[in-house]
Ligand binder design. Sequence first.
Ligand code: PBG
Ligand code: ZN
Length: 337
Amino acid sequence: MDPWFPPGSFPQSRPRRLRHNPLLRAMVRQTRLSVDDLIEPIFLRPGTGVRNPVSSMPGVFQVSPDMAVEQVRGALDVGIKAFLLFGIPPVKDSRGDCALEDDNIVQVGLRALRDAFGDSIVIVTDECFCEYTDHGHCGILSERTGRLDLDNDANLTRLAAQCVSHARAGADIVAPSGMLDGMIGAIRRGLDAAGYSHTPIMSYAVKFASAYYGPFRDAAESPPQFGDRGSYQMDPGNRDEALRELALDLGEGADMVMVKPALAYLDIVRAVRERCTVPVVAYNVSGEYAMVKAAAAQGWIDERRVVLETLLGMRRAGADLIISYHARDAARWLESR
Ligand code: PBG
Ligand code: ZN
């Protein structure tokens, strides 16, 4: 018999019996959200005492390293132990060379957090060049293909060098987000050769070219100055291609895989979950956050319930971990439940 066939029909079968009261409902709840699942992003910028609000992301700030230490202290208070670092450099150029320097803002921030918290936090670093290039694309450009475009292979060694520099400064996990072909293999070889064979790679394996990244580009000051990211990020209509990207990254040695954005792509989260055995990460991106914050500010939705329901939905779709700007609030709400 089909195992999914219901155990009898009405009136023997009454699903409402198991919904009778809150204790019973909690007992049979299949999916849970825990503070251990959450990763909080941090936007670093140079200076001291800097805490600039990001206008399109209420509650999110660009912080200097000393203020990042304060941010992490506050997150630790509610149980969040994992963080994803982005950096906004003081100057940008066409190549984004400063990203590779030991005194770049992310490396400085890494050392400050490492000094303050030792091994009691997990630090993930976003690996890309769009925050560092004046044109806002995710690496150096060339006209090899007949028009100005992200140069795939020329960026691979640079990406590996960025990861090594971050690992040296104290990153626990590197997370390449540029959607370059071959990036996981190149980074793995680079890390291994530099003595970081123990450093895991969290691949932004399935990243779509999405309008939901809009507010992030305010936060990181990194919008592309011409064109869009369609020649490297994926077309939103493609599901089989997502699985191909997944297979390639696993073959190259990805230790965890991410799907991004999350909310409009939960079917992809599920498909990825069913086809691999490594941890799956969903990125609850800036536009998803901004929409909830805007509706909540109008009093149109119950922010707490909407956020917890949304994050739970990502877990139910198959995500083990969730990167979210709501992480801190969600942790607080989970604690007080
Ligand atoms: C950098 C990067 C982006 C995001 C994460 N890493 C921006 C982009 O690809 O345009 C988006 C995160 C968000 O929207 O919250 N490549
Ligand atoms: Zn980028």
